[in-house]
Structures are given as structure tokens and as C-alpha cells.
Design a protein around this ligand. Structure first.
Ligand code: SF4
Length: 109
């Protein structure tokens, strides 16, 4: 029961910012390239997705959400899974909150 309530709360919290997502209505394949795509197609999709994320008003929420859900592949918050994993490791190593490092990453890009 508690898990169901937590799931519901998490989804509600996520849904609040997801409603403002810049990618809403855009083909999700852009953010989740197919493994069978050629490398240049994957790169092109990644660049397009990152450009959309760069103008997204909920990028920080999205990035933080994805970092805390490590099973998520694709571009979230303008970062690839590798970039998010790196940020998470950095957070542990430097004992800094993920959100603080996520803000720095967004400012750099
Ligand atoms: S940051 Fe990118 S993936 Fe996340 S909600 Fe915004 S546009 Fe979508």
C-alpha cells in the first residue's frame, strides 16, 4: 500500500513538470535512438534532442529525475545516460548534491 502511494506521489510530482516539457508531442525516438540506427543517425538525433532540451523550462527537474532513475536510457535533461552516470559518480565523490552539479552542467552547455 505504502509503495503504491509512493508510486502515485512520484508520478504526480513527475507529471507536474512533464506537462511543461519542451519535448511534449515530439517523436520520442529522437530522445531514444534505436540501437540499429547508423552512428551518424544516432549523433544527429542526439544533437537535435539536446537542442530541444537546451530550451526546455523544466530541464533541471528532468535531469534530476533521470539521474535518480538510472535505468532510464536516452536523452533526459539534455544529457546522455553516460553523462548522467558521470554526474552521479561526481556527486558521490565530491559529496555534493546532484541538483547542484546538474545546475553546473546545464550552465556549461
Ligand atoms: S529536458 Fe529534454 S527530455 Fe527533459 S522534458 Fe525537457 S525537452 Fe524533454
Amino acid at each position: 500500500m505504502a509503495v503504491e502511494m509512493l508510486k502515485s506521489a512520484v508520478l504526480t510530482e513527475a507529471a507536474a513538470w512533464m506537462d511543461k516539457a519542451r519535448c511534449k508531442g515530439i517523436d520520442p525516438d529522437l530522445f531514444h535512438p534505436d540501437e540499429n540506427d547508423e552512428d551518424q543517425v544516432k549523433v544527429a538525433k542526439k544533437e537535435k534532442a539536446k537542442a530541444i532540451c537546451a530550451e526546455c523550462p523544466v530541464r533541471l527537474d528532468c535531469l534530476e529525475f533521470a539521474i535518480n532513475k538510472p535505468e532510464k536510457d536516452g536523452i533526459w535533461g539534455g544529457a546522455t545516460k553516460d553523462e548522467r552516470d558521470k554526474l552521479k559518480r561526481k556527486s558521490v565523490k565530491r559529496n555534493k548534491p546532484i541538483r547542484e552539479l546538474a545546475i553546473q552542467l546545464i550552465r556549461k552547455s
